[in-house]
Design a protein around this ligand. Structure first.
Ligand code: 5GP
Ligand code: ZN
Length: 136
């Protein structure tokens, strides 16, 4: 399940070299070439799935287990102060490579990066309307 013109398929399967931190049967973990901070890494499945909704449940579960292990390892080795786990789905959400991946972004007190949003102020009625929309 690879896609012909997908750069992450090629990287995950070793056709294009990368700075690899971990490799197993299902995943490769690489350093991002445009890092937000020192040690910014990407978890790539070797098979092609465009986004989270396309990911099989078992692969999703394994990806999160690997994220947990990598986060612990990176926190120890890089002595970072925190770590963001980021995963973008769709262009509007900031996805630029349409092969599922998770970002592991080590955070340092003085790194100057911002990962966040401006909080809204919905009423209880608005929240209830959204809850109904999603769960109906
Ligand atoms: P997205 O915006 O899709 O969530 O994240 C794509 C990420 O992939 C970006 O952080 C970008 O720097 C990284 N990236 C894009 N092309 C390459 C590449 O060829 N090699 C590596 N290691 N990272 C890449
Ligand atoms: Zn791919």
């Amino acid at each position: 399940m690879k896609e012909e013109n997908c750069i992450f398929c090629k990287i995950a399967n070793g056709e294009i070299p990368s700075k690899t931190l971990h490799e197993d049967e299902t995943f490769r973990v690489i350093l991002d070439v445009g890092p937000a901070t020192r040690g910014h890494a990407l978890i790539l499945p070797k098979n092609h799935f465009a986004n989270l909704c396309e990911l099989p449940e078992e692969t999703a579960a394994d990806a999160m287990k690997l994220a947990r292990r990598m986060a612990a390892l990176m926190t120890e080795k890089l002595s970072c102060d925190g770590l963001n786990l980021v995963q973008n789905n769709g262009e509007t959400a900031g996805q630029t490579v349409f092969h599922f991946h998770m970002h592991l972004i080590p955070r340092y007190g003085d790194d100057g990066q911002k990962i966040g949003w401006t909080p809204g102020q919905p009423t209880q009625e608005e929240l209830e309307e959204i809850r109904k929309t999603i769960t109906a």
